[in-house]
Design a protein around this ligand. Structure first.
Ligand SMILES: [Ca+2]
Ligand SMILES: [Ca+2]
Length: 365
């Protein structure tokens, strides 16, 4: 099962850098009832590089409430495995035992099909931490039952990944996850939870792309949304040499927390753009200190209902130049995409300026 571990690590690295917006210290949405898009929070996601499986919320026979999550194969003899997962900051759990439980049922085709919960602790310097993916006790029962993994979090752990993978053809379902100490008592987080951004339906058209409007609109989907509760980043409007007009957006570090990055995001309704090619462009420049190894990145994401990540692309080129330069990402919008998110992130330390963003759809009309 070693290859699976390293495969998952590879998938994670592809996602984390741009999805680590504000690394949560607790898993979110454990009962899968939350349909709100939670900007700035990791939540559940499906590694976008998995092509032969899909992950979605379903109201079909949940263990509790109105829905659970379903992982299903998209073709016969699928390659690899399906996966739904979360990634959290390990800091509050260092040196502690954690118990990860979830209700699971499997309608995967026997004899090869099954579901397996998994828990992996990532340590610094790529050292191996606790890992259990239930390969010795795969889940094949079509009836809801609770399964458990208990492991110890190393003193130098940096991240904890939890998830449920699926092998073979068919469907598996997961609901009512818990993440506690071995007695079932939740660990108290030393960090304040990040503010969940409650959103109305996102608008079809992006607004304030030149940042000339005097305010950032942080409470609904009109305009830019800034992750709340970050300890090490600020986003503000800046009159310091904008690319156009009187001002631009500035993402700046105010300290360093390796589990965060500073972001500014705009989210729009994906429905008008389904099946069509969209392009996000933006002018950006950076003010970086070489010793601090910072950089910026444009990004484009597609989400399904319930915050499931379908696609997550960083710009091909890091924003490192101190001169204004245009950066571009192009993507055909999947037919099940609910929300398109685009924006800019600052990683590590420094400042990134953003101005004159454009969002276009060449196949539209
Ligand atoms: Ca549920
Ligand atoms: Ca401007």
């Amino acid at each position: 099962m070693k290859f699976i571990s390293s495969f998952v690590v590879t998938l994670l690295c592809g996602i984390l850098v741009s999805d680590i917006l504000a690394q949560s210290t607790e898993p979110q949405n454990l009962d899968f009832e939350d349909e709100l898009v939670s900007l700035g929070m990791a939540g559940w996601f499906a590694p976008p590089s998995i092509k032969d499986y899909q992950v979605k919320l379903t109201s079909h026979n949940p263990h509790s409430g109105k829905q659970c999550v379903e992982v299903s194969s998209l073709r016969s003899e699928p390659n690899g495995f399906g996966n739904v997962m979360q990634y959290i900051d390990a800091t509050p759990y260092r040196g502690k035992k954690i118990t990860y439980k979830a209700y699971v049922r499997s309608e995967a085709k026997l004899p090869l099909g099954n579901a397996q919960l998994w828990l992996r602790v990532d340590r610094t310097n790529k050292k191996k931490g606790f890992f259990d993916n239930m390969h010795d006790r795969p889940i094949i029962s079509p009836v809801w039952k609770e399964y458990t993994i208990t492991g110890i979090v190393d003193d130098d752990a940096r991240g904890i990944a939890i998830g449920c993978m699926m092998h073979g053809e068919g469907k598996i379902y997961v609901d009512d996850v818990s993440f506690t100490d071995p007695e079932g008592i939740p660990y108290e987080s030393p960090y304040k939870p990040l503010k969940r951004v409650k959103t109305a339906a996102p608008s079809a058209n992006p607004v304030n792309l030149d940042f000339e409007s005097s305010e950032f609109d942080t409470d609904d989907r009109k305009g830019w949304v800034i992750s709340k509760g970050l300890t090490s980043y600020k986003v503000k409007l800046s009159a310091n040499e904008p690319h156009g007009g009187k001002q631009c957006a500035k993402i700046m570090s105010t300290g360093f927390n390796r589990m965060e990055c500073g972001t500014i995001i705009q989210a729009i309704d994906a429905k008008p753009y389904r099946g069509k090619r969209v392009t996000v462009k933006a002018f950006a420049r950076a003010d970086l200190d070489e010793d601090l190894e910072g950089w910026g990145s444009l990004f484009l994401r597609l989400r399904q209902p319930g915050d499931m990540m379908l696609y997550n692309q960083k710009g091909d080129e890091r924003i490192e130049s101190n001169q204004w330069k245009e950066y571009t990402i192009t993507k055909v919008v999947d037919n099940d995409a609910e929300t398109i998110e685009f924006g800019c992130g600052l990683f590590r330390q420094g400042s990134v300026y953003l101005d004159d963003v454009s969002f276009s759809c060449e196949d539209c009309k």
